[in-house]
Design a protein around this ligand. Structure first.
Ligand code: INI
Length: 158
């Protein structure tokens, strides 16, 4: 193991630029995800000028804008945030499915890391738990992932 080259992305945000693209739907929950993401980036050394927040109507609309934002090359990583709650929507599977696959495609097609910070839950209570209460904050987790991937990408020589 000692002789195996291992690459990791570190968690230092200095000199990196981040876009947080967040849905307005379920904003009471998504606003907590945004706070978690911003707080994480600031605590890892980002300045406020290194972060931009872009709002879209709903989670289904995230991929369309995330792809534009990533393709602009103005950001080292994108954090996509939203909340899709099954109990509140008959077309949960379409919204959640299109959102997840569209975000993955945006990252693939642009080569810019896109962290998936979209809650997909059965109930509002489960969403609240993952938005800064007893099950952590998925926005903070996604910001950490974006940070690690952005740094890893800089270190990769492929
Ligand atoms: N958008 C969400 O972000 N969460 C939801 O739970 C949701 N529901 O319940 O339907 C939702 N719908 C809106 C959708 O994301 C688009 O904004 C809309 O379809 C217009 O494209």
């Amino acid at each position: 193991m000692d002789n195996i080259r291992t690459l990791n992305g570190d968690l230092v945000a200095r000199d990196l630029r981040f876009a947080i693209v967040a849905a307005r739907f379920n904003d009471a929950i998504v606003d907590s995800l945004i706070r978690g993401a911003v707080d994480t980036l600031l605590r890892h050394g980002a300045g406020e000028k290194q972060i931009e927040i872009i709002r879209v109507p709903g989670a289904y609309d995230l991929p369309f804008i995330v792809k534009r934002v990533a393709a602009s090359r103005r950001y080292d990583a994108v954090v996509a945030l939203g909340a899709v709650i099954r109990g509140a929507t008959p077309h949960f599977d379409h919204v959640a499915g299109q959102c997840a696959s569209g975000l993955a495609r945006a990252a693939d097609e642009t080569g810019v890391p896109v962290a998936f910070g979209v809650l997909t839950t059965d109930t509002i209570e489960q969403a609240v738990e993952r938005a800064g209460t007893k099950a952590g904050n998925k926005g903070a987790d996604a910001a950490l992932c974006a940070l690690e991937l952005a740094n890893l990408l800089k270190r990769l020589d492929v």
